[in-house]
Ligand binder design. Structure first.
Ligand code: CTP
Length: 416
């Protein structure tokens, strides 16, 4: 037997639909995992009649997804978008006549079909159905249509079918599907498909986290930022092929492995790190919560308490983003983040103009599920041309993906 192909680090979404061959999906998941791939299984509701989500979830080490609008999971409805971007390859095995028809006509009534429509990666469809269904001109037309759209279609295998008939309609064997997956991955890698790496060749500068302003060696002025939003933007930009530098204040997060990190403490240090890199950046995302003031005269030794109240003189820190705005070069995109508790949009719009930004992402830290320390965010995107978009509450990683989609699309339109 040939050794399994090396799919380490590759992301595969496996869609499983309601055919008797669904049980073979378990073997396919095992083989993909053995080859080193990360696998996310999506099932249609009918698939669950043939194989349980628990089986495929256990084998893939990932919770299986079925609904676009899962109960008790507010905010996760955009998962089909992020999964579509995460995937290097989307395999649908087995694909029933029903799912083939839906894919051919752009239906999106389940997590599987919605993700297929959002996917930027190649799609491999492995049909499985009874002989006469497979041969029916409607099915053959739909399969042709899928090929025209650019999907890969593996012909069904010949043999004994669940109905007792003999003919073409069996799902290709998991080993053969795995080989086709490996070939497609190799082709995609070789051609470096531009659509999978829309930021390849671009430089992205992201700031994240709080700054820490020393009062004395034992005390600091800081804020509750955890860095989650900025780290999510950095990770998403790197996934899209950008060369990313993350200038980060102190956080407890591990930076994404494929970004260059500049760790800083104070607003002054963050300013130095950012201004030194601004000329190269095509996009700047200023997600850090930068202190506006720093102790004017930090003490070199620990201050002793007295019976008097303490008045601490503070001086202004540099406004990093305003300086970037003043030096913005043609084609460079500046994105600010605004934390506002009152008259949010009005204040944010003022910041957008004052700092010469292209976009500002507005959120209210006092709102439930938004702001500091929350894994989700509820933001409004404001654009320099006055357009705005309210996003529902969603995980910060999904906010990052949508933000990048919008910002990239606007830049491409402007430079067209
Ligand atoms: N920012 C910056 N340098 C500072 C302060 C803020 O670059 N010294 C950036 C933040 O990273 C953010 C944007 O400016 O992208 C808006 O930050 P925010 O704190 O909301 O607003 P400020 O400009 O500081 O104004 P105010 O605190 O008065 O609301």
């Amino acid at each position: 037997m040939p050794p399994p192909p090396d799919l380490s680090g590759r992301h595969v979404v496996l869609g499983v639909t309601g055919s008797i061959a669904a049980y073979k999906a378990a073997s396919l998941v095992r083989r993909l995992k053995k080859a080193g791939a990360e696998v996310q299984v999506l099932m249609t509701p009918d698939a669950e009649r043939f194989v349980t989500p628990l089986t495929l979830g256990t084998l893939s080490e990932q919770e299986v997804l079925t609904d676009i609008f899962p109960e008790n999971e507010e905010g996760s409805w955009t998962k089909h978008v992020t999964l579509g971007q995460w995937a290097d390859l989307f395999v649908i095995a087995p694909a029933t006549a029903q799912t083939v028809a839906k894919l051919a006509h752009g239906f999106c009534d389940s997590m599987l079909t919605a993700t297929a429509l959002s996917a930027r990666c190649p799609l491999l469809v492995c049909p499985a159905m009874d002989r006469d269904m497979y041969q029916h001109p409607a099915t053959q037309d739909n399969l042709d249509r899928l090929r025209k759209i650019g999907y890969e279609v593996m012909p069904a295998a010949h043999g004994e079918l669940a109905s007792g008939l003999v003919g073409q309609g069996r799902m290709p064997e998991p080993g053969d599907i795995l080989q086709r997956v490996a070939d497609l991955m190799a082709e995609t890698k070789a051609s470096g498909k531009a659509q999978d790496m829309p930021l390849a060749g671009h430089t992205v500068l992201v700031t994240a986290g709080p700054t820490r302003e020393p009062i004395d060696p034992a005390r600091v002025l800081t804020n509750p930022s955890t860095g989650t939003m900025g780290y999510a933007v950095a990770a998403a930009a790197a996934e899209r092929g950008a060369s990313v530098t993350l200038v980060t204040g102190p956080t407890s997060l591990s930076p994404p492995s494929n970004v260059e990190v500049a760790a800083v403490q104070t607003a002054e240090e963050m300013n130095d790190a950012v201004q030194a890199r601004r000329a190269d950046a095509d996009y700047v995302f200023m997600a850090a919560a930068v202190a506006d003031y720093t102790p004017a005269d930090p003490s070199g030794s620990k201050r002793k308490k007295t019976d008097e109240d303490l008045v601490l003189p503070l001086r202004r820190t540099p406004d990093i983003l305003k300086t970037l705005g003043a030096h913005k070069r043609t084609g460079q995109v500046l994105v600010g983040f605004a934390l506002e508790t009152d008259d949010a949009l009005e204040h944010a719009r003022h910041k957008l103009e004052e700092k010469n930004l292209d976009w500002i992402v507005v959120n209210d830290p006092t709102e439930d599920g938004a702001g500091f320390g929350s894994s989700t965010n509820r933001v409004t995107l404001l654009r320099a041309d006055g357009a705005s978009e309210d996003l529902p509450r969603m995980p910060k990683a999904e906010v990052a993906e949508i933000l990048l989609d919008r910002v990239q699309a606007a830049r491409e339109k402007n430079s067209a």
